[in-house]
Design a protein around this ligand. Sequence first.
Ligand code: SOE
Length: 378
Amino acid sequence: MAQQLNIGLIGYGFMGRTHSNAYRQAPQFFDLEYQPILKACCARNQEKIKAFAANWGYESFETDWKTLVARDDIDAVDICVPNNLHKEIAIAAAEAGKMILCEKPIAMNTAEAEEMCAAVEKAGVKNTVWYNYRRVPAVTLAKQLIDEGKLGRIFHYRANFLQDWTISEDLPQGGEALWRLDVEAAGSGVTGDLLAHCIDTAIWLNGSIKTVSAMTETFIKERQHQLTGKVEKVGIDDACAFLARCANGSLATFESTRYARGHKALYTFEINGEHASIKWDLHDLHRLDWFDHGDESRVRGWRSIHVTDGDHPYMDHWWVPGLQIGYEHSFVHQVADFLEGLAKGEAVSPTFRDALETQKVCDAVLASGKSGQWVEVG
Ligand code: SOE
């Protein structure tokens, strides 16, 4: 009989939905010692959180996160609110002895992330940050191939995350669905929102990033703020590109923007090694492109691996070979791995400390974007 793990989720937006779905799905598809129970959800707007609770099957709801964190019947707090609220909630949850699953980026900046790490480590509570793309089976396969040494020495790491949803000047900043455009709520623009994903995956696949040289731009300088109704200065980076030197000697390039007309969520990476190269593309997330120089020259070429077979990561838990899974499954896998780690008493990456490393790179990138100089990470 599985042990119950009572979840208290704060926030009901896009991420609140992906996480709620993941808690429901994980025990259906993975054999887990812990069963997540949707105990309570929380948001200030009573009508909306009541509807959210009813839709996802939460047993109860709260309108004050402090009440939720203080509840004895909550084991794990899931933080899916804007970035400026992560620190206060995470520290209170750690002090209350709760496990914490926090949305990315971990915090507004490195100083906050350090405080959060100190709090969870002092309290000895399990923690993770939802860098979900690591758990797309094709990305996990890339990790396996690299760890097995199949690429040999890595020379280049290249990543992009391109969107086009903020091009209109009429789009307001701030407020409910638009807090990602408000620097006070988000901390930064594409760097913290999109490049943080690319940096997390890069560190996981290719190791630490040592120094960066970045350029950032805010194309639309003023927007109406949804909450105040006033036209205010935009403080986020709309686009960011940076060069990096990695600890393993490889060179890396990263680019992100919300002004790439035609691209909705095009996260791609390519890694070039001594023996082989790999490419991945979120728009076609179940494929991993692979080039192996060891193949016989007459048939050598890029192959596209359909990562849907039983021996591919996670895939033995889903349908039958050849049938693909999607974006939401990366969150299901993160829940399953977190609960398996809990059963074994092991930390599951990315922990707060892993996410701190990503945050340090983000801060170095933003500092370099401002100064125009190369900046050392951390
Ligand atoms: C922004 O549009 C966003 O939803 C990010 O916040 C997510 O982290 C990313 O996965 C998709 O894009």
